[in-house]
Design a protein around this ligand. Structure first.
Ligand code: ADP
Ligand code: MG
Length: 230
């Protein structure tokens, strides 16, 4: 509401990688389900920000992505919108109570504030669908977190420490993970994920993150830089 992203439009956007799909000019230019389209407009998002314009079609095309754009440029919806769209397209089923959940999507961010914001945004976009997001982070009772997960979990938002903890406790299986999002990516271990689409988002692109990208992404990943992120 009242956010002005026009200043970002003046930024240069660099796209490298083979056969990158064309940018999206409007949220209406995808064939997302009506519920998601409605949730996007209810969120007050009238047009995609630059990082969203470039990232959404790349993710919808099933490609791995490393996207770099400054803080406040809309990176959260840049991955959540296409991930939810693909989950809806693939007919995700409501997850029932289970000792071990098999989420379709795992999102990590380094702090509880960041991961909680992502969770809140995910809740907006899945409203009215059977997709259930769950958030886990430090400082909350483990028994409470486990109960949250057991009740069903399609999208798991977790800080890295809690993610390792909950996997170690056997509460989360990784075989069904189709989307792995490393937001503010500066640390992540290979935890034995299977075949998946990996999406990395970052405000800056230091050498450490570049190394991660080359290590974790498929060799034909696409690299998008909005503005002159350092
Ligand atoms: P980043 O992760 O790049 O720092 P966020 O995803 O947190 O940025 O988005 C910053 C703010 O912009 C949030 O308040 C979010 O709700 C808002 N926002 C994101 N995309 C849009 C859009 N397309 N239209 C309007 N507001 C948006
Ligand atoms: Mg962010």
């Amino acid at each position: 509401t009242g956010m002005n992203f026009d200043k970002y439009d003046e930024n240069t956007v660099q796209v490298s990688g083979q056969d990158a799909p064309a940018p999206l000019m409007s949220f209406a230019d995808t064939n997302m389900c009506d519920t998601l389209t409605m949730n996007i407009s209810k969120a007050g998002y009238w047009k995609p920000t630059p990082v969203q314009k470039y990232s959404i079609p790349i993710i919808l095309a099933g490609r791995d992505l490393m996207a770099c754009a400054q803080t406040g440029s809309g990176k959260t919806a840049a991955f959540l919108v296409p991930v939810v769209a693909q989950m809806m397209r693939d007919g995700v089923t409501a997850s029932a109570f289970k000792e071990q959940q098999e989420p379709e999507c795992i999102i990590t961010a380094p702090t509880r504030e960041l991961i909680y914001q992502i969770f809140l945004e995910a809740r907006k976009f899945v409203y009215g669908t059977c997709i259930r997001p769950v958030v886990i982070y430090g400082g909350t009772q483990t028994s409470y977190l486990i109960r949250q997960v057991e009740q069903g979990c399609n999208i798991l938002c977790a800080t890295p420490g809690r993610l390792l903890d909950i996997i170690g406790r056997g509460k989360i299986g990784l075989h069904n993970v189709k989307y792995l999002v490393l937001d503010e990516a500066d640390r992540m271990l290979d935890m034995g994920f299977g075949k998946r689409q990996t999406l990395m988002f970052s405000a800056t692109f230091p050498e450490e993150v570049q190394r991660l990208a080359y290590e974790f992404l498929k060799t034909d990943f696409i690299f998008v830089v909005v503005g002159c992120a350092g």
